[in-house]
Design a protein around this ligand. Sequence first.
Ligand SMILES: [Zn+2]
Ligand SMILES: [Zn+2]
Length: 177
Amino acid sequence: MKLYLTTLREGRNEVSETLPPERLGLDDEVFTEPVTVSGTVEWSGDHADVRLHIEAPAHFACDRCAEEFDRPVTAEAMVQVLIQDPPDEEADDDEADGIVYAGRRGTNADLTEEIVDALLLEVPLRRLCSPDCKGLCPYCYTNLNEETCEHVGLEQPAPDEPRGETIADKLKKKQQR
Ligand SMILES: [Zn+2]
Ligand SMILES: [Zn+2]
């Protein structure tokens, strides 16, 4: 998403854009649909304060039962665009997040990286189809959200990582049965 500084009015500006996920370099198995970015830009002539709301439809596979589900990821980004040259390369490491340098004669600022960073922070590490997903039976790999099996009620290994198997291991074993 590019902000064209010469088109901004002094004060508050509304911005919105729909971005194809491939243009943001996002994982195309998770993000299959366009990402919506909308928000405001406060333009004061020498810098812009940008507040963005990001909404991305997303597709996951449950960590416990492997069922696929859709759940949007939403994020907020606050970016300050400065009409300055970026600091020296040596200082690059110290470059604060949330600041974009448009250059002293810059006419536009690319906010793509800030948008992607904000969005990726909100992608859940633990992906569950529902907080009380029952997962697969550790013995016969029945999806316990859908049906029960003769092992229900037996003392079971810890539900999340029975025998150290991953969900992929379990699915493989299920298919072999
Ligand atoms: Zn699940
Ligand atoms: Zn079972």
